[in-house]
Ligand binder design. Sequence first.
Ligand code: UDP
Ligand code: GLC
Length: 394
Amino acid sequence: MDPVRRVLFVNPGRELGGAEHSLLLLLGALPGLGVEPTVAVFGDGAFQSALAWLDVPTVVLDVPERLRRASRYALPSRLVGAGLLATTAISSALRLATLTKQLKADLLHSNGLKAHVLAGLAGRIARRPVVWHLRDFPPGGLVGRLFRAAARRLPSLVIANSAAVAGAIRSEANSGPPVIALLNPVDLDRFRPGPVAGPVRAELGLAADTPLVGMIAHITPWKGHEDFLAIACAVGDAVPEARFLVVGGPIYETEGHAGYAESLRRCAVELGLAERVFFLGGRDDIPEVLAALDVLVHCPTAPEPFGRVLAEAMAVGRPVIAAACGGIPEIVRDGETGYLVAPRDIGAFAAAIVRLLGRPELRAQFGAAGRRRAEALFDVRAHATRVLDAYRCV
Ligand code: UDP
Ligand code: GLC
């Protein structure tokens, strides 16, 4: 009999970020491979609703507010705060260990920094192997050192969403568990090539030949929305008829996000972009949004661990211009499926966009190559099979 049948997943995000979208695709495929997943969530929200729709059972883990809101942007600077946070984490880990035993889970699979720590401790207490699905670069500073120490001891295996993230944790975890890189999957049926003139251009009153450049990212400071607005200004000088979409909502409840969405809208007005930039907020029709674009731009100011939107744009057959950082060069091929640009180089981004806007045949060529690459790299079933192979190793 297969030793891994029941898996308890732990996911801290209550809304749908990239980590949740990636996990949902895996969860949808696992039952077909004989695995019964249950997901411990930190509360209700879009993620739990999506799991209900998939028929994946969930359990709400009662996690105190203090721990839910802790983020890499605002970790307690004082010893007292850190001590309180640690106490909270231990009591939540104890609850998770009890749950693991009740569910007779064979393995814990964590998806998010806080979940790694909780599942890691719970696995020790309940004597179950733990797989960390690492989708972020480890934080810096003291917290980062503690996290790396935990990475050497708590998980039996680490799955990283790119070779870049795997390298970042592996370099100092030589003595620790195996670390494997596994790129995220994309629903290749939902994200498929479609016409530029569709519902999204109709909604915005844009003609099929209006040059349209988009950025799709949840509203969080490191995604580079300010840089995108500066790039839009520079492109506007050369291509005044170009229009820009900013797509994504403020989904994070953690510290460091309040008021940021509003400040971006003010910034666009101050830059004189009010007529050219459309802020669409969070959308659930990203395949249609992507189809409407001539080019997708991704300009994070910090290394992007993976960047699902890039893989999705390629699946829809759209060219991508992205910062050459983090896991991005593993997804986007420079001069083949789009262009890679030095991070934060506004002028280089603008030049690459202007070049592609002026060359429809090159856009089509990059788009077709992107779709082929997406089919080769991001298949959901292949991804789930590799996760299952990884389980068998622990
Ligand atoms: N997304 C969405 N609606 C939005 C913005 C983003 O459904 O308005 C999805 C997007 O299609 C992608 C995910 O959210 O699947 C974002 O993942 P990514 O890895 O790009 O970024 P993250 O936010 O996880 O860092
Ligand atoms: C995280 C990362 C993002 C990645 C996603 C899915 O949200 O920030 O780069 O695409 O997880 O693994």
